[in-house]
Write a protein of this length. Structure first.
Length: 507
């Protein structure tokens, strides 16, 4: 059987329970480029059972944290040796421009893995506290158990690493479900894990659709679900986990605002928005697609943004000159075009773009980068997540009005404030209800900074110490010595010393 028609279950390449396959279609050519095995419920059951055994009786959760860190560092080395191959895979399967695929889709996850390993190496896995009741208390941090990690297609390897690596460092076992649109990079990760030699059962990777996802989320053998996807899907995941009292982390949708204060440079804001709003073709939950500008300078900002959008090279994602590639699927292309039509019908003014194919392109799931002006914050194009290259220019009267508009959203994931006056920009930024925010830059996805949203953008945080702790339970041991010579046991899994700063409350 072809390796692509096998599944990675419990650290082994195995024959699937059925012959069903997933077609991987190029968003650029609309042609099938690969077929991979499509897991059935029996395959998911087998993966969860392997993860359950590995957690309950296997060595992985019982290793010293330093040993898990060492294995992740070996994985980083193996990963970096094949970064270019990964970038090419992601460009082929989901249409990311190759320059962006190399930097964000391929290189950044490797950096993140190293940072996560550093965080785990410096983490205080056990501490002894002097109690108020006459005895010491030992506080231990233990792995939460079997993790179901579900990731979408838009940043597949980035999100795989964001969930898989902290879970492994914590000592958990993982069943990872990638999107059916992007199974090739997931197979790439499985090959790397196979190479570094995880113990049996620790990781399974099963690409699949909604049916597979629902079965995995509801599986009684799962202790925690970590989900990234749309807010409606996140609500369904939360309902299932709530009824089972199962731990859950949700990183969901966004409709983030960039606030250009009245002293901001229109050219700098426009340049920044090409990243903040249109990176990955706008297919990013953190995309800042509402651009709030002072009414008295709205024309200046509009002109600068039009110039930037018109300069974007749209086309073949394998061409290094391309800045905007196709949407991941025909369904996504149709969805984005429907929102552009909706904006026009709602009375927004089209400055650039529209529903037709970009010039010189006659196939592929492309959408023209589009900028609307005259957008009211009550319009659906300003309130709903479009997930495509569509920006809305919204005018405000003063700083108070700008903050009100930014917060007038069911979401709160990302954002930015632009001004040469850092003190003023910071004061405005602190009033915006969002999980992450940049000043004079799109938010930087630094792996030491906790990432996540408020309101309908999710529950919990990834990255940094907070991300590691989301895969840990806390156990308190109250110890009463029985003899005068008894001492509190020292942790067998104490972290090695490190020059990296620890959290103040753990020092």
């Amino acid at each position: 059987m072809s390796p692509r028609h096998q599944l990675y279950i419990g650290g082994e390449w195995v024959r699937p329970s059925t012959g069903a396959t997933i077609e991987v279609i190029s968003p650029h050519t609309e042609q099938v480029i690969a077929r991979v095995a499509d897991p059935a419920q029996a395959d998911i059951d087998r993966a969860v059972a392997a993860a359950r055994r590995a957690f309950d009786t296997g060595p992985w959760p019982r290793l010293a944290p330093a040993e898990r860190v060492a294995l992740v560092r070996r994985l980083v080395e193996a990963y970096r040796a094949r970064e270019e191959e990964l970038a090419q895979l992601i460009t082929a399967e989901m249409g990311a421009p190759i320059t962006f695929a190399r930097s964000a889709h391929a290189r950044l996850p490797g950096v993140m893995m190293g940072a996560f390993a550093d965080t785990a190496a410096g983490y205080r896995w056990q501490e002894t506290r002097t109690g108020f009741l006459g005895r010491d208390v030992v506080v231990r941090h233990e792995p939460v158990g079997v993790v179901a990690a579900i990731i979408p297609w838009n940043m597949p390897m980035f999100l795989t690493v964001a969930k898989l690596i902290p879970a492994l460092l914590a000592g958990c076992t993982v069943v990872l479900k990638p999107s059916p649109e992007t199974p090739l990079d997931a197979r790439h990760m499985a090959e790397l894990l196979d190479q570094v030699g995880l113990p049996p059962g620790v990781v399974s990777i099963l690409p699949g659709g909604r049916v597979a996802g629902r079965h995995l989320v509801a599986h009684p053998g799962v202790d925690k679900v970590s989900f990234t996807g749309s807010t409606p899907a996140g609500r369904q995941v939360a309902q299932v986990c709530g009824s089972a009292l199962r731990r859950v982390s949700l990183e969901l949708g966004g409709k983030s605002a960039a606030i250009a204060l009245d002293d901001a440079d229109p050219a700098a804001v426009a340049t920044g928005m090409m990243v903040a709003g249109l990176m990955n073709g706008g297919q990013a939950c953190v995309a800042q697609t509402r651009i709030l500008v002072p009414a008295r300078r709205a024309t200046e900002f509009a002109d600068a943004l039009v110039a930037e959008v018109e300069s974007l090279c749209v086309g073949d994602p394998s061409d290094p000159a391309t800045r905007v590639g196709p949407m991941v699927s025909q369904r996504q292309q149709q969805r984005v075009r429907a929102y552009i039509d909706l904006g026009l019908r709602s009375g927004a003014r089209l400055l650039v773009g529209g529903t037709g194919l970009p010039d010189g392109i006659d196939r592929g799931w492309y959408v023209r980068p589009t900028l609307f002006a005259g957008v009211d914050n009550s319009m659906r194009i300003a309130r709903e997540e479009i997930f495509g290259p569509v920006l809305s220019l919204i005018a405000y009267t003063d700083d108070e009005h700008a903050v009100t508009l930014a917060n007038d959203s069911e979401y709160g994931l990302s954002g930015s404030v632009w001004s040469p006056d850092i003190e003023r920009a910071t004061a405005v930024a602190r009033r915006v209800r969002t999980g992450t925010l940049g000043i004079n830059e799109p938010y930087s996805m630094d792996p030491v900074a906790p990432f996540g949203g408020v309101k309908n953008s999710g529950i919990g945080r990834e990255f940094g110490t907070e991300g590691l702790e989301s895969y840990l339970d806390t156990m308190s041991l109250s110890i009463r010595p029985t003899t005068a010579n008894s001492t509190v046991p020292q942790p067998a899994t104490a972290a090695p010393t490190t020059s990296r700063p620890q959290r103040a409350d753990r020092s």
